[in-house]
Each structure stands twice: as structure tokens, then as C-alpha cells.
Design a protein around this ligand. Structure first.
Ligand code: NAD
Length: 345
């Protein structure tokens, strides 16, 4: 939606460290003078008092109208309580693909260099369907849904993305040796789609072996496609390879709607203490800017992140420094001011 020449984007600060890290992203995008009007809504625990729910209908309406959102993480109670806001949001808006780049950033010390891979995670089914039954006391059943439609759709997304970005290989991650029917179907769908992309190498790997291979040599992988739970677990593993959760952004993408957010959660242990690393949220902002075709602003923001990290002076605690979230914000804003605006045309 565009009003007065500005594109309206839904802003969902979320819970825990969400408001702190999304504020940094918004301030940086404002400093870049991208014509955006933010439409802010409460989501998660903060929405319960005013709306009586963690995922108010007004949030869904806003994203449906604006087609794009920046979201902070939201907390989900363990064992009981409300269902995950993320699962609800992804299902309600058919955000079927979770795209998570995992790349080394110059200046961020990690065990490996040259990690440059994407995780493409099916976002709507698997064990996240949340279908559980108490059969008799002491016995619980959880149902893992895998459908042909969703598997073909996510495989197609992974291969199209590989072609678009001129990547060389797609690796399907599965457990079809045990989950013969469900992951058997998932693999069948991946193989079928792979035939339409002969220029892209296709391989399959069992998820436990995948974990071992990734911590041994992550540079061998390019695009990983998997069902929901494996994709989630691999995301945190890969975030660890590129410096930690503070560096991993992602997008939940549907046919013509996208919600950009961090891989990390609401980090209640450090919330409200000015300790959160805002970089993953800012990198989610970079992805958002590319999605809305603000490529020059995305490049400037990414360059500012890389420059601040390479200088190594303003690092939050998770990066081995003592800077606060707001110090990183200020360093990014100074860097944005310093970087030239590209000439038009
Ligand atoms: P988490 O990602 O919130 O935190 C894991 C660890 O990483 C914690 O020690 C935390 O302090 C640290 N950490 C995370 N982000 C950081 C940052 N930006 N800077 C510095 N340190 C950071 O995972 P968790 O503790 O398992 O989950 C907490 C809550 O978040 C749960 O309710 C969970 O359901 C939710 N969650 C939400 C999302 C989402 O909204 N997309 C994703 C994952 C988890």
C-alpha cells in the first residue's frame, strides 16, 4: 500500500528483545531515507491485554493490505498456554517458505570461513501442524503432516531461488530411512522438481549426517531444503557456524506476502537490558529492502553493518564486546551517514 509516495509496511516489535532490535532496524532504514511509513501493531504477549489474543486479526489485516512486514521475535510458552504466534502467522498468511541465509561476515570470528549457504524450510506443516492427542494417560501422539502440494511447492521455491541466484546445488535434508512414508513423499517431490532444473546439482542427505557434515565442513553446501522441524534445527546450527544467533536473518515468504524477521527468539534472559545484538534484525531489514526493490538502500545498510563489525570496536556481549544495543545502533547510524548515496540513474 502506498500513501503520499510512501510505502506502508507493517511493523511488529514483538516480545522480549524484539522491540529493542527492531527499533535499531527501523532507525537505520529511516536514516537511509527510504520512503516507508511504518504501521505498528502489537503481537505476542504484549497484544494479550489490549486484544485478548497474541495474534490479533488487525495484524493479519495489516499484513494482507501492506504485503510486507518487519517482525520482532515473539515468545511461546513451553508445554501449555497459547499456540505459537509464528506458526499462526505463517499458516494464516500461507507464508510457506522460510528463507534463511547463513554467511560469514568479515570481522566476526568463526571456526570456518567461506560459509555461504541458504536454508529453505517448509513453513506450514510437519510437526508444526501442532496436532497432538492424549491417547491414554502417559501416552501422547503427535502427528507429522507432509503433503505432496506443500512438498512440491517448497522444492520448487528452493530450485527457483537457486536458479535466480545462480547457485550450484540443492541438498534435500530428510529422515526417509525411518519416516519412510512422509519423508519418502518429500523426497519424491524434490526429485520430481529437480528434473526441471538440470543445470542445478541435486543431492539428498539424512538429517543426522547433515548435522555432522555441517560442523565438519559447511563450505560444501549451497542451498538446503527441508521440512519444518529439521529446517528449524539446522538454522540454529548454521547460525552458530556464522557467529551465533545475533547474525542470522530470515524471511517468511508467501505468494505475494513476506514477513522478515530474525532467526533468534525473544531472548527473555537479556530482554530490556540493552544487551541484545541487533545485527540479525538489521540484516532482516536488508532482505526486506531488497524485496521491496530498494536495492541501493539495502547495499548501503549491509555495507554499514560490515563496516561496523570489521572495525571491531562496537560489539555486543555475544560478540565478545561490551557495547550495548544502542551503541551498535549509533555506530550504524554514523556509518550510514558516512557512506555516499549512489548517484541516480
Ligand atoms: P532465543 O533465540 O530467544 O535465545 C537463545 C540464546 O541466544 C539465549 O541465550 C539468548 O540470550 C541468545 N540470543 C538470542 N538472540 C540474541 C541476540 N540478538 N543477541 C544476543 N543474544 C541473543 O531462543 P530460546 O531461548 O530458545 O527462546 C526464547 C523464546 O523465543 C521462546 O518463547 C521461543 O518460542 C521464542 N522464539 C521465537 C522465535 C520467533 O519469533 N521467530 C524464534 C525462536 C524462538
Amino acid at each position: 500500500m502506498t500513501v503520499d509516495g510512501k510505502r506502508t509496511i507493517t511493523l511488529l516489535p514483538g516480545d522480549g528483545i524484539g522491540p529493542e532490535v527492531t527499533d535499531v532496524t527501523v532507525r537505520c532504514i529511516e536514516a537511509l531515507e527510504v520512503p516507508i511509513a511504518w504501521e505498528t501493531h502489537l503481537i505476542g504477549a504484549s497484544a494479550v491485554d489490549p486484544h485478548g489474543t497474541t495474534l490479533p486479526e488487525v495484524v493479519l489485516d495489516s499484513i494482507r493490505a501492506n504485503r510486507v512486514a518487519l517482525k520482532g521475535p515473539t515468545g511461546t510458552p513451553l508445554g501449555g498456554g497459547h499456540v505459537s504466534v509464528n506458526v499462526g502467522l505463517r499458516r494464516a498468511l500461507s507464508l510457506f517458505a522460510n528463507l534463511r541465509p547463513m554467511r560469514n561476515i568479515p570481522g566476526v570470528k568463526t571456526r570456518y570461513q567461506d560459509v555461504d549457504l541458504y536454508i529453505v524450510r517448509e513453513n506450514t506443516e510437519g510437526l508444526y501442524s501442532g496436532i497432538e492427542h492424549l491417547i491414554v494417560p502417559g501416552v501422547v501422539e503427535s502427528i507429522r503432516i507432509v503433503t505432496e502440494d506443500a512438498s512440491l511447492r517448497i522444492a520448487d521455491f528452493a530450485f527457483r531461488f537457486a536458479r535466480f541466484r545462480k547457485r550450484r546445488k540443492v541438498t534435500a535434508v530428510h529422515k526417509a530411512n525411518i519416516l519412510k512414508l512422509s519423508d519418502g513423499l518429500f523426497l519424491e517431490c524434490c526429485r520430481k522438481v529437480a528434473k526441471d532444473f538440470p543445470e542445478i546439482e541435486y543431492e539428498e542427505i539424512i538429517v543426522d549426517n547433515m548435522c555432522m557434515q555441517l560442523v565438519t565442513d559447511p563450505t560444501r553446501y549451497d542451498i538446503l531444503v527441508s521440512e519444518n522441524l529439521f529446517g528449524d534445527i539446522l538454522s540454529d546450527l548454521c547460525a552458530g557456524l556464522v557467529g551465533g544467533l545475533g547474525f542470522a536473518p530470515g524471511g517468511n515468504i508467501g505468494t505475494d506476502v513476506a514477513v522478515w524477521e530474525t532467526v533468534h527468539g525473544s531472548a527473555p534472559d537479556i530482554a530490556g537490558q540493552n544487551l541484545a545484538n541487533p545485527i540479525s534484525s538489521v540484516l532482516a531489514g536488508v532482505m526486506l529492502l531488497r524485496y521491496i526493490e530498494q536495492g541501493a538502500a539495502a547495499d548501503r545498510l549491509k555495507a554499514a553493518v560490515f563496516a561496523v563489525l570489521a572495525r571491531g570496536e562496537t560489539l555486543t556481549r555475544d560478540m565478545g564486546g561490551a557495547a550495548g544495543t544502542t551503541d551498535v545502533r549509533d555506530a550504524l547510524l554514523r556509518e550510514i551517514e558516512r557512506t555516499p548515496v549512489p548517484a541516480a540513474g
